[in-house]
Design a binder for this molecule. Sequence first.
Ligand SMILES: C[S@@+](CC[C@H](N)C(=O)[O-])C[C@H]1O[C@@H](n2cnc3c(N)ncnc32)[C@H](O)[C@@H]1O
Length: 245
Amino acid sequence: MAQNIYDNADFFNGYSQLPRQVKGLDGAPEWPAIRAMLPTVKNKNVADLGCGFGWAARWLREQGAAEVHGYDLSENMIERARADTADPAIDYHIADLDTLALPKACFDLVYSALAFHYVENFPRLVTTIGQALVDGGDLVFSIEHPIFMAARHPHWIADEDGRKTWPVNGYAMEGERRTDWFAKGVLKYHRTLATTLNTLTEAGFALRHIAEFAPTQDQIAATPDLAEELERPMMLIISACKTGS
Ligand SMILES: C[S@@+](CC[C@H](N)C(=O)[O-])C[C@H]1O[C@@H](n2cnc3c(N)ncnc32)[C@H](O)[C@@H]1O
């Protein structure tokens, strides 16, 4: 049973105030890297898994997508997405990605931002996505980077000079990870980079491009706190293509 922390009031209130939820996609520093990895979506059918407030669903429609279906476990997130969306070609569904059922060969693109690390059974989800995509269809998603995920909370410790260092512990020990972030005991699932990539290729996906987000100097100049992202990768972004084999 998925944890559904986004329906916890304290967590939801804190999360809703993050720049990426107040400003939308422009408040997410990794968005330019993700956008560069997305295929053209004009007249395409798209699924957004873990769609949250629906920022990406609305952007995809602005780019000409024919239909966008957003899926999310959280009633809070879907309620807000529905309130902010007046587009009949966007449909939001409450669904758990761990038990998700999708129509077969229906989508040209499956997109997901920062949701798959909450999913326990990643192979099942990837198989479901593969069946839902048309041949040649694309899967583009971001997750918390496994190096960041493997660091115990709090993620950094000060060295003798007071400089932040970022220990990685138990990288090869996959499975549950608990962190305190807006609420105690937020449940995520750690998988190594190899497991994530091999799960995709074993399910018939060809890898197109992998990005380990790091901010540009311009981004750091505008938001100095982002310099921390040069110390260790926090986000992994993957684009893959269903090969049809
Ligand atoms: C970090 S938020 C990202 C939201 C959105 N993709 C964005 O980038 O703004 C993660 C989202 O995944 C959803 N989520 C977490 N676990 C889920 C699950 N098992 N099934 C479906 N959605 C889930 C949460 O409710 C939340 O909306």
